[in-house]
Design a protein around this ligand. Structure first.
Ligand code: 13P
Ligand code: SF4
Length: 301
């Protein structure tokens, strides 16, 4: 293991590549990354880096987002089979049909979506800025794709006419109220933090619903000692590493995203050597999807 870590470090320097990893990645992958973060932070990093090669340790839509924002760079996804089932729940044809049915609605699309779907959208959003985007976009009528739970969460704060697409994250939908109540029984003083991709009834009993980096920030700043965490288990690595004196309890052992667990150090090493698994998108899709992503930055205030 130590050898492969050193080899990755060496080739990365030689090739002037940057390794980005999502908060759900395997601990050893997070540890060799130059930057670990949530979807918004990773997009911003991909947009602003000078590196010409980006190795993206995450899932397909995240690497696509990096490519859209930095089309001149080589964006590599070490495991091309690392997809996101929620992103695949809406297709461009399906969205076009809905847009034709509701022509006066603006489309806000969660970044957990394909580049083709982003290209048909007015603005993108992430879990950390969805409320701002829906609030600030210049329309009272919104089609929100693909996550029905994030759409519902946003509707708690923004009173607009929102048509949600019926997509969901299979990992987060596995979390039930009874899981949290059970963990709470032995840790009554614990704060409950969940992701907005969880079901509304789960969010109802949580102290806060936050993006992955939002959860990390909250745990740093809050005076509590114990936290029940309702999101994918990969986040516990950073939480425990950065707050060794605090206690983190995963709300359910079923909170595992198989796609986020695919990338191993061997895949990162191979990706650096071979420079295959390259994300390629058409100029037209990049142009349209980039507009939606840049609108997200513009509307995030
Ligand atoms: P974050 O943007 O909160 O990191 O979420 C990404 C994701 O895929 C959640 O399932
Ligand atoms: Fe997609 Fe859910 Fe996995 Fe996030 S946790 S990548 S939304 S399947």
């Amino acid at each position: 293991m130590e050898n492969i870590q050193k080899d990755i470090e060496k080739i990365k320097k030689e090739k002037k590549a940057i390794i980005l990893a999502h908060n759900y990645q395997r601990p050893e992958v997070q540890d060799i990354a130059d930057f670990v973060g949530d979807s918004l932070e990773l997009s911003t990093k991909a947009k602003d880096t000078n590196a010409q090669i980006i190795i993206f340790c995450g899932v397909h839509f995240m690497a696509e987002t990096a490519k859209i924002l930095s089309p001149e760079k080589k964006v590599i996804l070490p495991r091309m089979d690392a997809g996101c089932p929620m992103a695949d729940m809406v297709t461009s044809d399906g969205l076009l049909e809905l847009k034709n049915q509701y022509p006066d609605y603006k489309v806000v699309t969660y970044v957990n979506s394909t580049a083709d779907v982003k290209a048909l959208s007015d603005s993108c959003c992430t879990s950390s800025n969805a409320i701002n985007i829906v609030r600030n976009i210049d329309s009272q009528k919104i089609i929100f794709v693909p996550d029905r739970n994030l759409a519902h969460y946003v509707s708690r704060f923004v009173k607009k006419d929102i048509i949600p697409w019926q997509g969901f994250c299979p990992t987060h939908e596995r979390l039930e109220v009874k899981d949290i109540l059970e963990k709470k029984k032995n840790n009554p003083e614990a704060k409950v933090l969940v992701h907005p991709e969880c079901k509304p009834e789960v969010i109802d009993i949580a102290d806060r619903a936050l993006s992955t980096s939002g959860i990390i920030k909250y745990c740093h700043e809050d005076i509590s000692n114990t936290f029940i965490i309702g999101t994918e288990m990969g986040i516990l690595h950073r939480l425990q590493k950065e707050n060794p004196e605090k206690k983190f309890i995963l709300a359910s052992e079923r909170l595992v995203c198989p796609n986020m667990k695919l990338t191993r150090l061997e895949d990162v090493y191979k990706a650096l050597i071979d420079e295959d698994c390259i994300i390629e998108l058409s100029v037209d899709v990049i142009k349209k999807a980039k507009k939606a992503l840049l609108n997200m930055y513009r509307l995030n205030y």
